[in-house]
Design a protein around this ligand. Structure first.
Ligand code: SF4
Length: 294
């Protein structure tokens, strides 16, 4: 695969709030993503990413990162809000790996969200980060049905592979769990799927599931989603159009019931699902370490 680069001036941005897993900074090392999720919100017009499936690496990103780590206050860096940090180009560029190495050197923390078991390649670096700073790895999982996963997350490793990776990380003491976003009406919004995600997260040592019981659809992203619906679920596009018209937020009809079942089951198993609780939980070890210094 040829590597295409995008020139950027900065790589690390302050977050407006620490709402997303307590991250202080956000960083996208890539532009576009090649994991092929049919519902991906990053295809929306507002992000202005042409040829979204053709990934570009950010040029000189590691040099830029080091410059910024030297002058910024220590904190937690979120990877991959607009592209998976372990998309297929990462096999060649290794920039996520190099960025983690740099983050470890400067003793920052990290939050990684991914659909790929390629993250296990970097387990030794993750373990080092975990020794001195807050670290969370969230596996993005929408279904436990691997054949369905292949249809809607076309180029991503299977859900089973993600759960296996979660188990390995958990066994190494890394705080990990599931980001269950979106819950896709008529496709992944059945009770059995939600219960199965909870059970498999629990069995894999996952400590949290952060859910969103809805799907967002807008402009060209909706168009792309509908094109794929016509190919893989003939007739479902009409159901969507009749149900949701031009709505941006599309809630499964049973979303309140699903949410109640989800909460009951997570509480039974001790799985955290509220953002505040997840942040407090994964950052507690580091906070305790900081307090020990005084
Ligand atoms: S992995 Fe994330 S960024 Fe990549 S296509 Fe899927 S939803 Fe979009």
């Amino acid at each position: 695969m040829d590597i295409s680069y995008q020139t950027v001036k900065n790589i690390l941005y302050n977050t407006k709030s620490r709402e997303w897993f307590g991250t202080d900074y956000t960083m996208n090392l890539y532009r576009g993503c090649n994991l092929g999720c049919i519902y991906c919100d990053s295809r929306s017009d507002c992000y202005r990413i042409d040829n979204f499936d053709v990934v570009q690496a950010k040029k000189h990103s590691i040099q830029l990162l080091e410059r910024e780590l030297k002058r910024k206050k220590n904190g937690v860096i979120g990877f991959g809000s607009m592209s998976d940090p372990y998309n297929h180009l990462e096999k060649q560029t290794l920039i996520t790996k190099e960025a983690l190495t740099m983050i470890e050197r400067y003793q920052f923390g990290a939050v990684l969200s991914t659909k790929s078991n390629m993250i296990l390649r970097d387990i030794d670096i993750l373990k080092k980060v975990n020794q001195h700073a807050s670290l969370l790895v969230g596996f993005s999982i929408t279904t436990t049905d691997d054949p369905l996963c292949k249809k809607i997350e076309r180029n991503a490793p299977s859900a089973s592979q993600r759960f296996e990776a979660m188990k390995v990380l958990s066994e190494q003491g890394i705080y990990t769990g599931t980001i269950m976003m979106p819950v896709i009406p008529f496709i992944t919004s059945d009770k059995d799927n939600i219960m199965s995600i909870i059970q498999k997260t629990y069995a894999s040592g996952g400590k949290f599931i952060y859910p969103w019981f809805a799907l967002s659809l807008r402009d060209s992203q909706r168009h792309y989603f509908y094109q794929w619906l016509e190919k893989i679920f003939p007739g479902l596009k009409n159901t969507y159009q009749n149900t949701y018209k031009n709505n941006y937020l599309c809630y499964p009809r049973n979303h309140e019931i699903l949410q109640d079942l989800f909460i009951t089951e997570c509480e039974k198993l001790g799985i955290k699902y509220k953002m505040g609780d997840i942040i407090a939980s994964y950052q507690s070890k580091y906070d305790a370490g900081q307090l020990d210094l005084f």
